[in-house]
Ligand binder design. Structure first.
Ligand SMILES: Cc1ncc(COP(=O)(O)O)c(C=O)c1O
Length: 366
């Protein structure tokens, strides 16, 4: 038997979540954000499945974009951070990539190349202070790009710092600044909304939305799960029990002997660890399912293994070969992330290459 750790990815769920994002903003086109290997779900397979439905894809680097083109993706692909060096512009022209543009070096090197680009999204810094320029500089960039005759369409984009916090007024302030910039520039299409904004904020209609985490059925909000938001979870991470023992009250378990049994109970050892992407920071009590029964982490996460017990004090019957759901169907990735003091984004994105990925549409694997 090979190591039983498997991430099962439901491509149909990702498509359905993409369609849901578009339904929420019927006047908008939507990038399917597939950067970072489609948040750990496999960028090529996800893009191949969405092609035909997705208006365009968005990635973080030219390498990610080229990987999709080489896999046969013909839809437009956008570089969310633009080019990192001048030489990339040639590749953008060759592969017809769209780009963000947010600094003078990107602007000058595009003008110096003098070749046509279909769409450029000038990035406005509306308050996150990570990428982008002020509204006055953005207006100059837009004018320069339009006058250059090199760009088919110039658009204006920004990114929200706090859209996942509905009580925080920063998003309103960012939207106000964005509208001021649009007034300064005059008619220009917009792209502002990530998943949180798509689902909960009032954003400009028309233009482009940029759903990422919601495509994978994961909530961007700390207090609500993807399922509560009407999303379909796309990834279920499963493994099996590989060893079972009885521990007595007072026995200690695992590295550092950090878990101590408060009573006699069975203990299961499961094939998953931080070498697979299961978070080492997951605390005792992190939920999972063993043979459909509520279970919880008991002991520190090792590189290849974890130890767990059934949550009900009276429960018995653990056996080698029992099925374990680590997250996905029945145990939300958001809840596991909460117990590991992180967010669902990080858990799925930092999966390593060790877990086998099985795609539910055709049961093939990578
Ligand atoms: C510029 C940009 N747009 C959209 C997204 C998608 O965000 P989310 O995954 O929260 O939907 C990201 C992700 O970080 C991003 O950097």
């Amino acid at each position: 038997m090979s190591r039983p750790l498997t991430a099962t990815v439901d491509l149909e769920a990702i498509l359905s979540n993409y369609r849901y994002a578009k339904q929420l903003h019927p006047t908008c086109k939507a990038f399917a954000v597939v950067k970072s290997n489609a948040y750990g779900h496999g960028a090529v397979r996800v893009a191949q499945y969405l092609e035909g439905d997705a208006d365009a894809f968005a990635v973080a680097s030219i390498e990610e974009a080229i990987e999709l083109r080489e896999a046969g993706i013909e839809a437009p692909i956008m570089l969310l951070e633009g080019v990192f060096e001048a030489a990339e512009w040639e590749l953008c022209v060759e592969h017809n990539f769209w780009t963000a543009l947010e600094n003078p070096l990107q602007l000058e090197s595009l003008l110096a190349l003098g070749k046509p680009i279909e769409k450029v999204f000038v990035k406005l810094d509306t308050g996150m202070h990570r990428l982008g320029v002020s509204k006055e500089v953005a207006a100059q960039y837009v004018q320069t790009l339009r006058e250059s005759g090199l760009v088919g369409e110039v658009l204006l984009m920004t990114h929200f710092a706090c859209a996942d916090d509905l009580a925080d007024l920063t998003t309103m302030k960012q939207l106000t600044y964005f509208e001021q910039a649009r007034q300064l520039i005059g008619g220009i299409e917009a792209s502002v909304a990530n998943s949180a904004a798509i689902m909960k904020w009032s954003v400009p209609e028309g233009g482009w939305i940029r759903p990422g985490i919601m495509l994978y059925g994961i909530s961007p909000f700390a207090e609500v799960s993807g399922v509560d938001l009407g999303l379909k979870p796309a990834m279920t991470l499963t493994s099996k029990v590989i060893s079972v023992r009885n521990v007595a009250e007072g026995d200690k378990v695992g590295y550092g002997l950090s878990y101590q049994a408060e009573q006699d109970h069975q203990l299961a050892t499961i094939a998953v660890g931080y070498g697979d992407g299961y978070p080492r920071a997951a605390d005792h009590g992190t939920p999972m399912l063993i043979n459909g029964q509520a279970a919880e982490l008991a002991g520190r996460v090792s590189m290849d293994m974890i130890t767990a017990k059934l949550s009900s004090e009276s429960a018995q019957g653990l056996a080698i070969g029992d099925d374990v759901v680590l997250w996905g169907a029945g145990v939300s990735v958001e809840k596991v992330a909460y117990w590991a003091n992180t967010i669902g984004y990080e858990l799925v994105t930092r999966m390593t290459s060790r877990p086998k990925i099985v795609y539910r549409d055709d049961e093939s694997s990578l």
